[in-house]
Design a protein around this ligand. Structure first.
Ligand code: ZN
Length: 232
């Protein structure tokens, strides 16, 4: 099968190393002389100017004096010719920023970006920011440096979204890896159980313990969903 690439004459005769066809999104000009690491399918790029980027940092290889040529964030697909699927990569001007996502993860990021746009837009308009701002239910949890999570604050946050069937966003700040006054795994159980109806659960957290906390929330939501389905 002829690779579907229009922008190169080199495809009159495909390189011998390219034994399969290109993905339909590929825009690369593959050359016979390309060595193994260069045998990569690239898509076209979507570019977004970053006019809000901090003024005191320039992308690697660029000067702060390039002020009339603002940084861009670039999004594109890439796939080595021996890989089974594409990843979505994010770049900044000419440099990759080491953000590479599967299509499912990129979808989550797109949801998270859309949700944040909702929050930001609501804040600008002076309306209460959450949970009605974005297209989702928001739970905000802050865990103290001592690992302490105020149970009343946690329960109040959880109560406001219980049974909500929109996508849920759990924003966690703080220290999830330290035992504190309120057991973090108990918090995950309460939050997860309340989010049984959520269409999708996004845990926006970082740092030690964040991944396990997110996984525990999803696990408890699934348990609660099954429990409710069984008792219907
Ligand atoms: Zn290709």
């Amino acid at each position: 099968m002829t690779p579907t690439v229009e922008n190169t004459a080199s495809f009159a005769v495909p390189p011998t190393w390219l034994t399969g066809s290109c993905p339909q999104w590929c825009q690369s000009s593959h050359e016979e002389s390309h060595t193994y690491p260069d045998r990569v399918h690239w898509s076209a790029e979507a570019c977004v100017p970053m006019s809000a980027a901090p003024g005191d940092t320039a992308a690697p290889g660029r000067s702060l004096l390039d002020e009339y040529d603002p940084d861009e964030v670039r999004v594109y697909l890439t796939q080595h010719y021996r890989e089974c699927g594409p990843r979505i990569e994010v770049g900044r001007t000419d440099e990759p920023v080491r953000i590479a996502l599967t299509p499912a993860e990129a979808n989550q990021l797109a949801d998270a970006l859309r949700f944040m746009v909702g929050l930001a837009t609501a804040a600008v308009a002076g309306r209460p920011a959450a949970p009605a701002a974005g297209d989702g239910a928001l739970v905000e949890i802050t865990v103290g440096a001592d690992g302490f999570l105020d149970p009343d604050v946690a329960r109040k946050a959880v109560r406001s979204v219980a049974g909500d069937d929109r996508p849920a966003y759990v924003l966690v700040r703080g220290h999830l890896d330290r035992p504190g006054g309120y057991d973090v795994s108990a918090a995950a159980r309460e939050i997860g159980s309340a989010l049984w109806a959520a269409r999708d659960i996004h845990v926006l957290a970082s740092g030690p313990g964040a991944a396990a906390f997110g996984a525990a929330i999803r696990h408890h939501a699934e348990d609660e969903r099954k429990f409710r389905a069984a008792s219907e």
